[in-house]
Design a protein around this ligand. Structure first.
Ligand code: F6P
Length: 524
């Protein structure tokens, strides 16, 4: 397939961009007072307002045409049919099947019965931990979960538990992600092994950081309670059941998921076990239901009002036509503090690619830098850069309509700031003094969730998942592999013996750096 930049619609979009260039964003509103409703679309109960994008009705039409010229509708059908869309690894990407109720085949097998039985086991176990039927080795109820995992095996559960903190009525979950010993020590400080359940999440069950933390946790449990206690205190969510068995876990402590669930798409699988334990299986399944509602709309809504597709297409418009290299996600909800980290992995690990599906170098920029924060604190930090910096960034505002606390005035102020920031970015101002000028013309999309509950969180995350897929389809890249992370892992395994004192050949730059580290440590 030739690059998207060769399509007639892309050429038309570039000409259209030039024609629009002289029109300030704000003037688009003056020319079309109905712009609000005509650029706001619904997906699974979330309203998404694109009216502050640099776009008019013609842009929308051309972007939809671009998606058609790039066969996005066929790509969506292929994805949901369980075809091997991950071409480099020869795998489907069927995470949507984990939240749906359809019989889908992967490699000729109906995956539905397996999904159902895994879900049932997960539900039974989560509820048994919550209601105290599944107890620790000394008969104590579990008050805490120590959740070990990294990347997709941690970011989703952490985000979900924080976001749904208001509904978390089960054992408290502490996460250990980094191999930094301080993180393990901080997470276990004050925890009683007798009332702690360890959940290891690792698709491969080989990831070094997680395995080292799992060994530390196993030692922590067995030192306090004896090796017999493992069967009561240790469970795993993995696609590598064999490795979890070799680690010493009985089969019934292993909650499997399939190879066709990508790491960064695994929240919906048994990797979500800590979430189900924290908030209950019913709420966990509401999260799946919200994501499923997004899936249904993504498959059926016309491109001109298909929220995940438009999010992806406006992303391409901003990145490839308007030259924005970074994308900020601004959540007006403290409980969404981990959303930028989650989206960083989802977007940057998926679409941070420099070759197309056939391995040819792409000659256009792909995924922008994704970053962000929770607001209003970010307003007192990096928003200065958004308003007056020399680079243009696209932004997503995440707003929750219903208050998340008991004090209405807090929520009213929060909402006023959310509205003010996107208005200020768009309109700018010119009080005369150049130091005080905000140029405006800075684009944003605003998501309005009715409330921050499990259903809408699931819907929101699935919108972003499909955004990533749409962008990958237009760019012609594979969103489902991540070979770029391998080189560093391989080099680290070569360097580790040297860090431990062995005399192994090293790159001179690394020898130098290790010498500096040794000197700084005071041991040499
Ligand atoms: O290093 C990248 C990565 O493979 C991610 O894609 C994945 O989410 C993470 O590591 C953790 O992998 P695992 O679940 O196999 O431990």
């Amino acid at each position: 397939m030739s690059p998207f930049t060769d399509t007639p619609s892309w050429h038309a979009l570039l000409a259209h961009r030039d024609a629009l260039a002289a029109t300030p964003l704000d003037a688009l509103w003056k020319g079309d007072p109905d712009r609000g409703p005509s650029f706001t679309f619904q997906c699974a109960g979330i309203a998404v307002d694109f009216s502050k994008q640099r776009a008019d009705a013609e842009t929308l039409g051309l972007l939809a045409t671009l998606a058609r010229e790039r066969d996005v509708p066929a790509a969506i059908a292929t994805l949901f049919a369980g075809e091997k869309v991950n071409v480099t690894e020869g795998r489907p990407a069927l995470h949507m099947a984990l939240r749906g109720d359809e019989h889908v085949k992967a490699d000729g097998h109906d995956v539905y019965p397996e999904i159902q039985s895994n879900r049932e086991r997960m539900r039974t176990f989560a509820e048994a931990v919550r209601n105290g039927q599944w107890k620790g080795a000394t008969g104590e109820r579990f008050t805490h979960v120590l959740a070990l995992g990294i990347g997709g095996s941690s970011l989703g559960p952490k985000l979900a538990i924080e976001a749904l903190r208001g509904e978390a009525d089960g054992p408290r979950v502490r996460f250990v992600t980094n191999v930094d010993a301080a993180e393990f020590d901080d997470a276990t400080r004050g925890l009683n092994p007798a009332s702690t359940l360890v959940v290891v999440a690792s698709k491969t069950y080989t990831t070094q950081e997680t395995m080292v933390n799992a060994l530390a946790a196993r030692e922590w449990i067995t030192a306090a309670l004896g090796s017999e206690a493992l069967a009561k205190h240790f469970v795993a969510a993995t696609a590598n059941v064999k490795a979890a068995g070799e680690f010493g876990l009985p089969e019934c402590n292993v909650f499997p998921f399939a190879e066709w669930v990508g790491g960064r798409y695994s929240l919906w699988s048994s990797v979500g076990l800590p979430v189900a334990i924290a908030i209950g299986s019913t709420r966990f399944e509401q999260m799946l239901a919200g994501a499923h509602a997004t899936d249904l709309q993504f498959r059926s809504d016309p491109l001109e009002r298909n929220v995940p597709a438009l999010l992806g297409l406006f992303g391409i418009w901003n990145r490839n036509a308007l030259g924005m290299g970074t994308h900020a996600v601004l959540s007006y909800a403290s409980r969404l503090e981990s959303l930028p980290a989650y989206l960083q992995q989802l977007e940057m690990e998926s679409n941070g690619k420099r070759v197309d599906r056939e391995g040819r170098e792409v000659l256009f920029p792909t995924c922008p830098v994704v970053w962000g924060g929770t607001e209003t604190p970010g307003q007192h930090a990096f928003h200065q850069w958004l308003h007056q910096g020399t680079d243009l960034a696209s932004t997503d505002f995440i707003v929750v309509a219903q208050a998340m606390g008991a004090r209405p005035i807090h929520h009213e102020i929060l909402l006023s700031h959310a509205c003010a920031q996107s208005e200020a970015l768009m309109t700018g101002n010119d009080p005369g003094d150049p130091h005080r000028v905000s140029t405006g013309n800075r684009v944003s999309t605003t998501f309005v969730l009715p409330k921050l509950d499990a259903y809408h969180l699931g819907a929101l995350l699935a919108i972003y998942e499909h955004k990533v897929f749409v962008q990958a389809s237009v760019w012609g890249i594979n969103a489902f592999d991540q070979f770029g992370v391998e080189l560093g892992k391989t080099i680290a395994s070569r360097i580790l013996p040297a860090v431990q004192g062995a005399n192994v050949p090293l790159h001179p730059a690394t020898s130098h750096l290790l010498a500096v580290i040794r000197k700084q440590s005071g041991t040499h």
